[in-house]
Ligand binder design. Structure first.
Ligand SMILES: NC(=O)c1ccc[n+]([C@@H]2O[C@H](COP(=O)([O-])OP(=O)(O)OC[C@H]3O[C@@H](n4cnc5c(N)ncnc54)[C@H](O)[C@@H]3O)[C@@H](O)[C@H]2O)c1
Length: 383
């Protein structure tokens, strides 16, 4: 196997999820490449060392610039807050490294364009971690749609609901709470949660032409962890928008961190001419499917337990009937990236693919401000 030397930046939630993916991938998938955990970068050396010891990284750095310059690193994995993605990615591209970047790609479409330009000029393999594409049930949904099982699609409905920011005493900014700080996050639920819903939607149902959105910031001021002062909250706490897909279907998207009782309820439902499908992150190994072509007396929603060997990815895991979960989506994404390297067929979403989601997020936020329908900037195909 060919070694692929990883330099990981950021050791929080995603740093752990990706490290787990790198460690497991060759145990379950037959691949030409093997990730080698070469170095982890964190600003605090003690924390970096502790993380390296726990996950098996060979070395640590405290400045990502040093990591990017190291000759013994092939791939830079960006697992830091959104406002750092562009600078790191562009430096890594300049240094000729492959790049895996967490979502959202960038703070906005303009910044995303610069990133795409830089990595395409450098010609380095790249991918963005929209991992929900690799939930086997979601991949199965894609397969069924591409096979034409649903026929013409009329409706797409997605939600991503949480409740963790309802407390008005919760500060904004700093470790763990950068998502509430506009300068670090770029937006609130739109870039954080709806970006996932949008990526899945455009993958399953094609591009979105126009949107009409509303957003709300329920708690207007919060103490900032870094300055100690009470500051204005700039992020959207909740966002709901209508959308028209290029294929003529209509959509509703909703996300909030104020839906008491919901921790991470990502759901979508798609209604087509012949059939409908529905999926729910809390029951992620199941796909709900209704086919009007079934005989009338047995027609109804069926709950497909996506665990058989011929279901996407499942032949690599246990035996039929035994399900897998969230962490495995990252293993799958690493596997697909490595397979893409070997086949010279880049795994998606690439930076360019992920730019489309940025354009949609931009249009959503703009529409919430103008109160009008806004057109989505069209993604240009690569020259
Ligand atoms: N794909 C997904 O489902 C998913 C889920 C969660 C987060 N994310 C994305 O992953 C990224 C990180 O989110 P998270 O939840 O892991 O955050 P986190 O707060 O858990 O971790 C962020 C890490 O970045 C480090 N960091 C911040 N600035 C740094 C710098 N200048 N140099 C080095 N390290 C730095 C922090 O110390 C921390 O280790 C975000 O872009 C987020 O949107 C994606």
């Amino acid at each position: 196997m060919k070694p692929l030397r990883i330099g990981l930046i950021g050791y929080g939630f995603m740093g752990r999820a990706h490290s787990n993916g790198y460690r497991k991938v060759n145990n379950f998938f037959d691949l030409e490449y093997e990730p080698v955990l070469k170095a982890v970068c964190a600003r605090n050396q003690e924390n970096a060392k502790a993380f390296a010891a726990k996950w098996g990284y060979e070395s640590v750095e405290t400045d990502w610039r040093k990591l990017v310059e190291r000759e013994d690193i092939d791939l830079i994995d960006i697992c830091t807050p959104n406002n750092t993605h562009a600078e790191i990615a562009m430096a890594a591209a300049k240094a000729g490294k492959m790049i895996l970047c967490e979502k959202p790609l960038s703070m906005n479409g303009k910044e995303g364009e610069q990133m795409v330009k830089a990595i395409e000029k450098a010609g380095v393999p790249n991918m963005v971690w929209y991992n929900y594409r690799r939930v086997p049930a979601v991949t199965l949904a894609k397969q069924l749609i591409d096979e034409g099982k649903l026929g013409r699609i009329f409706h797409y409905r997605a939600k991503f609901l949480q409740d963790w920011t309802i407390n008005a005493d919760l500060p904004q900014g700093g470790a763990g709470l950068w998502r509430l700080d506009l300068k670090a996050a770029g937006s609130g639920v739109t870039g954080d949660l709806l970006a996932h819903c949008i990526d899945t939607a455009i993958w399953l149902n094609g591009s979105i032409d126009r949107v009409s959105a509303m957003t709300e910031t329920f708690i207007k001021e919060r103490k900032h962890t870094l300055t100690g002062k009470v500051e204005k909250v700039g992020i959207d706490d909740a966002c709901a928008f209508l959308a028209r897909f290029s294929n003529g279907s209509l959509a509703t998207f909703e996300s909030t961190r104020y839906a008491r009782g919901h921790k991470a309820l990502y759901t979508f439902e798609i209604n087509g001419e012949h059939a409908s499908i529905a999926w729910d992150l809390h029951d992620l190994h199941r796909l709900q499917y209704y086919d009007h072509r079934d005989a009338g007396i047995v027609r109804g929603w069926r709950s497909i337990h996506v665990t058989d060997g011929d279901h996407p990815y499942m032949g690599k895991w246990w035996v039929p009937g035994l399900q897998i979960g969230y962490e495995h989506t990252f293993v799958h994404q690493v596997a697909d990236f490595l397979q893409g390297l070997a086949n010279k067929k880049p795994a998606s979403p690439t930076f360019r693919d992920a730019l489309e989601t940025q354009y949609i997020c931009d249009a959503v936020l703009k529409s919430a401000k103008t109160g009008r329908w806004e057109k989505v900037t069209k993604l240009k195909s690569r020259k």
